[in-house]
Design a protein around this ligand. Structure first.
Ligand SMILES: [Zn+2]
Length: 188
């Protein structure tokens, strides 16, 4: 989903915080979700509340997804994609268009002068972070970011197959027949 994003609920924020292992802040919305509804990509404000410019509008939060992207990076997939960019005019043009689209999405929220011309993942001329490019493709859908699309095709993790853990954000669901944790809490 490109802007306007679906509003993040309080539960979304709790899940994203659990995914990141730190409090999620400056959340603009949830541009992409797992089939189960859990966020996979969070949209973050282009300027954080402490004033720091933040270029990565589309940030991959899902732990299984980030692990899959790290695996692909370790497998030297970026070398292959940089070679593809260097040799294929169509891919190079599409990648530049994805860059421009990314900038437009972000500047629709806020024009941050420090971020002019800066998108994410190495765009528009290099492939430097598959996490950022996959996040862009998850948010925008297929057909916009050619390298993000290839990355998702190569990934063992898929947004259509839920491998989410229990993030522990649904207090109501804690029951005595669960896995033996926190006796006494959640009982009534
Ligand atoms: Zn899921």
């Amino acid at each position: 989903m490109r802007p306007p994003f679906e509003q993040a609920t309080a539960r979304d924020i709790r899940i994203v915080s659990a995914q990141l292992g730190r409090p999620a802040r400056n959340v603009l919305g949830i541009p992409a979700r797992c089939v189960c509804g859990a966020p996979t990509v969070v949209a973050t404000a282009p300027r954080l509340s402490d004033g720091t410019p933040f270029p990565t509008l589309y940030y991959l939060t899902h732990p299984a997804a980030t692990a899959a992207m790290s695996y692909l990076e370790a497998a030297q997939l970026m070398v292959e994609y940089n070679e593809l960019l260097a040799s294929d005019d169509d891919v190079r043009a599409a990648y530049r268009a994805a860059h421009e689209s990314y900038l437009a999405d972000r500047e629709g929220f806020l024009d941050v002068p420090e971020l002019h011309g800066v998108s994410a993942g190495g765009m528009p001329t290099r492939v430097k972070c598959l996490h950022a490019l996959a996040a862009h493709s998850l948010a925008a859908g297929p057909g916009l970011n050619p390298i993000g699309d290839l990355t998702l095709e190569a990934s063992s993790w898929k947004p259509t197959v839920c491998v989410c853990v229990d993030y522990g954000v649904d207090d109501e669901s804690i029951s005595t027949d669960a896995t033996g944790g926190t006796p006494g809490e959640g009982d009534s």
